[in-house]
Design a protein around this ligand. Structure first.
Ligand SMILES: Cc1cc2nc3c(=O)[nH]c(=O)nc-3n(C[C@H](O)[C@H](O)[C@H](O)COP(=O)(O)OP(=O)(O)OC[C@H]3O[C@@H](n4cnc5c(N)ncnc54)[C@H](O)[C@@H]3O)c2cc1C
Length: 428
C-alpha cells in the first residue's frame, strides 16, 4: 500500500515507523521545516533545548520500549526533581508528605483531607465512575472547598482558563495516576533524554530513512479529496495514496478532510476544544529558584508554571547558563498569546519579581518564545461519548492526535502508543 501521514510529530513518526517496517510505501507531509512537532528542539550555542520543556515518567512504558528498540535505552536519565508551589506570596515545597505537613496555606484538617483525597485518586482504577463528575465537584466533595480554592482551582485555571469549572475528574485522575507511578524507592523521579528530544528524533529520522520513508518538509497539506484513491493537495503539487492518516490536531484534520467527511461528524467533533500555549524561555545568568517545577497558585500571576530545567540537569551541561521555561496555557484570543517576545518579557517581569524579589531583567542573557494553537484538548464530562476513533466515516482515512488519548492525559508516551495503534488499524 501507498500510505500518507500528515504531520511529523511523535504520533506521525511512530506510525510511519510501524507501517514502513511492515513493508509499505510511506510518505510523511510536514508543514514545518523540521520534524518533531511539539516535541521539537532547537540548538543554542553548543547545546540543544526543547521548545517546550519535556520530561518522562517511569510509567511511560511506550517511550521506554521505543528507546530500547532504537538502542537509546542508556540515554534516558532518571533524576529526582524538586517541586514547589507559589501561593500566599511564598514558595513552598510541594509533592511529598513532609512538604504537606509544612504547607501553611492549608490548616491541619485540610491537610488530612487533601492527603486522603490524593490517596483516594491513586486507588481508583475504574475511571469510568468519574466520567460524570467535574474535577471541581469531586475535589470539593472529597477534600473540601478550601483545598479546592487553595490548591486545585489555581492549577485548573492556569491550564483551562474560563473552562476550568467544566474539566472532568477523569482528566485529573489520569494526570495524577501517571505522576504517582513515577517513583524509584518511593521517591519521585523524572526521565530526561540526554542531548534532549533531538537524540530521539535524529534516531527516528535515521530509521525512517533506512526504511525508505519519504519525508516532505515544508509541505503543508491544504486538503484531501477521494476518488479511486486519496489525493493530498499541497500548494505546489498533489499526490495520490491508498490510505491517509492525519496526525495534525483534530480541528486541522477536520479542515483538511472537509470535502469528504460527513457534515454530522465534523459538527460533533468540532465540539472538542483545545487550549493553546505560549512558552517563554529565559536563559539566565543566575538560578531563579531551587525548584525544577514551580506551580503558580496565585491567580494574579498570568502564567501557570516555572520550569527551571537546570534544576533537573546541571547548568554545567549548558555552559553555566540557567534555563527557565515560563509556561502559559491560554486561549487564542488571550492578550498573552498575541504578545511578542519583548512584550511578554516585560509583562512577566513584575510577576517574576513577586515570586523572587531579587530577580531582575539584567539576569537575562537571551530569550525565546514558542506558541502552539493546539496544546491541550479540553476534556469535559462524558468525553468518551465524543472521543474520536482512529477510523473516520471515510474508509481509508484515519485520524490520530491528542484527542484520541483518553482517559490518560496527552503526552509523548501516548503519542507513541497511538502511532503504533493507528498503524495497526490501517493494516487491518
Ligand atoms: C508546553 C508543553 C509541554 C509538554 N511537556 C510534555 C512532557 O514533559 N512530557 C510528555 O510526555 N509530553 C509533553 N507534552 C505533550 C507532548 O509534547 C505531545 O503530546 C506530543 O508531542 C504530541 O505529538 P503529536 O504528534 O500528536 O502532535 P504534534 O506534535 O502537534 O504534531 C503535529 C504535527 O503536524 C504538523 N502539521 C500541522 N498542520 C499541518 C498540515 N496542514 N500539513 C502538514 N503538517 C501539519 C505540525 O507542524 C506538527 O509537526 C507537552 C506539551 C506541551 C504543549
Amino acid at each position: 500500500m501507498k500510505i500518507a501521514i500528515i504531520g511529523s510529530g511523535i504520533t506521525g513518526l511512530t506510525a510511519a515507523l510501524s507501517l514502513a517496517k511492515s513493508g509499505h510505501e510511506v510518505h510523511i507531509f510536514e508543514k514545518s521545516e523540521k520534524i518533531g512537532g511539539i516535541a521539537e528542539t532547537f540548538d543554542y550555542h553548543n547545546y540543544t533545548l526543547e521548545k517546550y520543556y519535556h520530561h518522562y515518567f517511569k510509567s511511560d512504558e511506550n517511550i521506554i520500549k521505543l528507546l530500547k528498540e532504537l538502542n537509546l535505552d542508556n540515554d534516558i536519565r532518571w533524576l529526582q526533581s524538586k517541586m514547589g508551589y507559589f501561593t500566599n506570596n511564598k514558595m513552598w515545597d510541594f509533592g511529598t508528605p513532609i512538604s504537606l505537613l509544612k504547607f501553611k496555606p492549608l490548616n491541619f484538617i485540610d491537610k488530612i483531607r487533601f492527603g486522603i483525597s490524593v490517596l483516594k485518586i491513586f486507588s481508583i482504577n475504574n475511571w469510568s465512575t468519574l466520567e460524570h463528575i467535574t474535577a471541581k465537584d469531586w475535589i470539593i466533595k472529597n477534600a473540601g472547598e478550601n483545598v479546592y480554592k487553595k490548591v486545585w482551582k489555581p492549577l485548573l485555571v492556569t491550564k483551562f482558563g474560563d473552562e476550568h469549572e467544566d474539566i472532568s475528574m477523569v482528566w485529573l485522575w489520569g494526570k495524577m495516576k501517571l505522576r504517582g507511578k513515577s517513583k524509584d524507592n518511593g521517591k519521585e523521579v523524572l526521565g530526561y533524554i540526554g542531548g534532549s528530544n533531538k537524540t530521539l528524533l535524529l534516531k527516528i529520522m535515521d530509521s525512517l530513512q533506512e526504511l525508505g520513508v519519504k519525508i516532505h518538509l515544508n509541505k503543508e497539506v491544504k486538503a484531501l479529496t477521494k476518488n479511486d484513491t486519496f489525493e493530498i493537495v499541497t500548494k505546489t503539487a498533489n499526490y495520490n495514496f491508498d490510505k491517509v492518516i492525519s496526525t495534525v490536531s483534530l480541528p486541522a484534520s477536520l479542515n483538511i478532510g472537509q470535502s469528504i467527511l460527513p457534515k454530522a461528524y465534523i459538527k460533533e467533533k468540532s465540539r472538542i476544544n483545545y487550549t493553546a500555549t505560549v512558552c517563554l524561555i529565559l536563559i539566565l545568568k543566575k538560578t531563579f529558584s531551587k525548584y525544577y517545577w514551580l506551580n503558580i497558585g496565585d491567580e494574579s500571576i498570568p502564567f501557570g508554571g516555572l520550569i527551571e530545567h537546570t534544576n533537573l540537569i546541571s547548568p554545567e551541561e549548558y555552559g553555566g547558563d540557567h534555563i527557565l521555561y515560563i509556561s502559559n496555557y491560554v486561549f487564542k484570543n488571550s492578550n498573552y498569546y498575541k504578545m511578542t517576545k519583548q512584550e511578554l518579557v516585560k509583562a512577566y517581569t513584575a510577576n517574576l519579581k513577586k515570586i523572587n524579589p531579587d530577580y531582575s531583567e539584567d539576569w537575562i542573557i537571551d530569550s525565546f518564545i514558542f506558541k502552539d494553537d493546539f496544546a491541550q484538548p479540553v476534556i469535559k464530562n462524558n468525553y468518551s461519548k465524543i472521543k474520536p476513533d482512529f477510523k473516520t466515516p471515510v474508509d481509508g482515512f484515519f485520524v490520530a492526535n491528542m484527542c484520541n488519548i483518553y482517559p490518560e492525559d496527552r503526552g509523548v508516551n501516548y503519542a507513541i502508543r497511538d502511532g503504533v495503534k493507528v498503524a495497526e488499524e490501517v493494516l487491518k
